[in-house]
Design a protein around this ligand. Structure first.
Ligand SMILES: NC(=O)c1ccc[n+]([C@@H]2O[C@H](COP(=O)([O-])OP(=O)(O)OC[C@H]3O[C@@H](n4cnc5c(N)ncnc54)[C@H](O)[C@@H]3O)[C@@H](O)[C@H]2O)c1
Ligand SMILES: O=c1ccn([C@@H]2O[C@H](COP(=O)(O)OP(=O)(O)O[C@H]3O[C@H](CO)[C@@H](O)[C@H](O)[C@H]3O)[C@@H](O)[C@H]2O)c(=O)[nH]1
Length: 447
């Protein structure tokens, strides 16, 4: 099939490359000429495992092309995929301006009957709006189908080829053969529903997953006070098949380009129909508080921040991505430097993106974990990259000025006791936590 993808970001590019890999002819359009230039040179503008290689092979095979000319991409395509951003407005609602502009351009560019497939996460009613915008400009018949995207960054290619389900939202089920055909090689689990329900499934799924994270973080906070171990509690809960083991990792809370914006958008969607989504408001509040807890713990362990130097391990909102949108590190680094600290930061992939959002003379950009820890008065682990799990903790401890380790992702756990001597804090694991301000002994003695 001939596909046009509008918006070549994390979702659009992965979608384009994966459909090209399945043998389709794909043209990806983006208004960002810098991105398109890079892509034409064969360079992936984002870090996602496996993407670069798959991009090269499909570009070489002539199955994928890139353009800033949206109309040219749309012309000659059978299916047009909308994958532009829907960021938060100042009030938390989804900003639909990119989707609306894309719909206008698609409407103007239509050169024959086509299917328009919306992958962007959009509030209930938006696909109807897209349809109206396109209809006001199009001279040819078309249909709009909602196919929300559920991929995770860091596993985007794996998720695209092995989705748990494909949701297809349509109000004219007889008109979706092409969309079903397109997705059949990916899974048998194709769930066809009406458009409004499809739009809601996406927000409800993200809100539910965010709820699990805030729930387990609150349980972790209680574990700390009652002397239980959150990793044991999660493991025990997860064995109940009605609960399942996923999304029960306690820590610093969720970040990223989706959960923070989609939870806020759903609160607004509910508010717009006079429904006060109390549970989801608490989820957002608990998540915000979890970041504050990390700062409070560092202060409890290290005292005042002014004049001190702290190491930061991890800037991306999660491992295996260079994405720093709503990353906890943005908040935490800002707070530390705002209170007069210097920070030494290291991330395997996200440094450039972080630097483009937060660049300050108090930040030193390090190229390996050990140099970020060097001479520091405390170290915070904010992203659980594998590289950090493999670091020699004895070397880390020896290079630090004061061996304080605030483990925001519960990465080190029992290892902290076996190999190192730290004043350590992890979320919801009180038996591992040691603070010298409380007169504790450090976590363990060198083996
Ligand atoms: N990032 C994810 O993991 C993920 C997963 C599932 C769903 N989503 C949803 O998918 C959508 C896209 O997210 P993303 O992370 O890929 O965003 P992104 O910001 O990485 O990419 C969006 C791209 O669209 C381009 N664009 C905007 N308006 C355009 C226009 N009129 N014409 C051409 N290009 C245009 C931008 O230049 C940008 O490159 C959002 O609605 C998001 O909520 C994202
Ligand atoms: O047990 C957990 C699981 C995740 N997280 C955090 O939650 C955030 C989101 O993680 P994840 O869901 O793995 O990454 P995303 O790429 O943001 O993917 C989510 O958001 C996408 C955009 O809507 C959806 O498509 C995906 O289905 C949904 O998982 C990250 O900060 C994680 O560190 C936790 O704190 N504890």
């Amino acid at each position: 099939m001939k596909l046009a993808v509008v918006g070549t970001g994390y979702v659009g590019l992965i979608t384009g490359v994966c459909f090209a890999e399945l043998g389709h002819e794909v043209v990806c359009a983006d208004k960002d000429s810098g991105k398109i230039e890079k892509l034409r040179l064969g360079e992936a503008p984002i870090y996602e495992p496996g993407l670069q290689e798959m991009l090269w092979s499909n570009a070489d095979a002539g199955r994928i092309a890139f353009t800033t000319d949206l109309a040219a991409a749309v012309r000659g395509s059978e299916i047009v995929i909308i994958a532009v951003g829907t960021p938060s407005t100042a009030t938390g609602e989804a900003d639909l301006s990119f989707v609306e502009r894309a719909a206008e351009s698609i409407g103007e560019a239509l050169d024959g009957p086509k299917t328009i497939m919306t992958k962007s996460t959009v509030p209930v009613g938006t696909n109807a709006r897209i349809e109206a915008i396109v209809a006001s400009r199009a001279k040819y018949p078309f249909r709009v189908v909602s196919v929300p995207e559920f991929l995770r960054e860091g596993y985007a290619i794996r998720d695209t080829f092995n989705p748990d389900r494909i949701v297809i939202g349509t109000d004219r089920a007889a008109e979706i053969e092409a969309i079903v055909e397109l997705h059949k090689p990916l899974t048998d689990r194709i769930f066809v529903t009406d458009v409004r329900s499809a739009e809601m499934i996406k927000y409800a799924s993200n809100a539910y997953l965010a709820t699990r994270i805030s729930f387990i973080n609150e349980i972790a906070n209680i574990c700390e006070k009652v002397g239980a171990d959150i990793t044991q509690v999660s493991a025990g809960m997860g064995q109940d098949r009605r609960i399942g083991p996923h999304f029960l990792n306690a820590g610093i809370g969720y970040g990223g380009s989706c959960f923070p914006k989609d939870t806020k958008a759903l609160i607004q969607i509910a508010g717009n129909v006079d429904y006060d989504f109390k549970l989801l408001k608490s989820v957002v509040e608990v998540n915000r508080e979890q970041r504050n807890t990390m700062i409070r713990k560092l202060r409890e362990y290290a005292g005042s921040f002014s004049g001190k130097t702290f190491g930061i391990w991890g800037l991306a909102f999660k491992p295996n991505t260079d994405d720093v949108r709503e990353a906890p590190a943005l908040d935490i680094v800002s707070r530390l430097i705002g209170e007069g600290a210097r920070v030494r930061v290291y991330d395997p992939a996200a440094t450039a993106n972080f630097r483009s959002l937060l660049n300050d003379p108090s930040i030193e950009w390090c190229t390996d974990p050990l140099s970020a820890a060097k001479g520091s008065d405390g170290l915070m682990l904010l992203t659980e990259w594998n590289e950090f799990a493999e670091v020699d903790l004895r070397a880390v401890e020896q290079t630090m000025n004061t061996p304080i380790l605030i483990d925001g992702r519960n990465l080190f756990g029992d290892k902290i006791g076996a190999y190192s001597r730290f004043w350590y804090y992890s979320v919801g694991r009180p038996h591992l936590n040691r603070s010298f301000t409380k007169g504790d002994q450090p976590s363990a003695f060198l083996a």
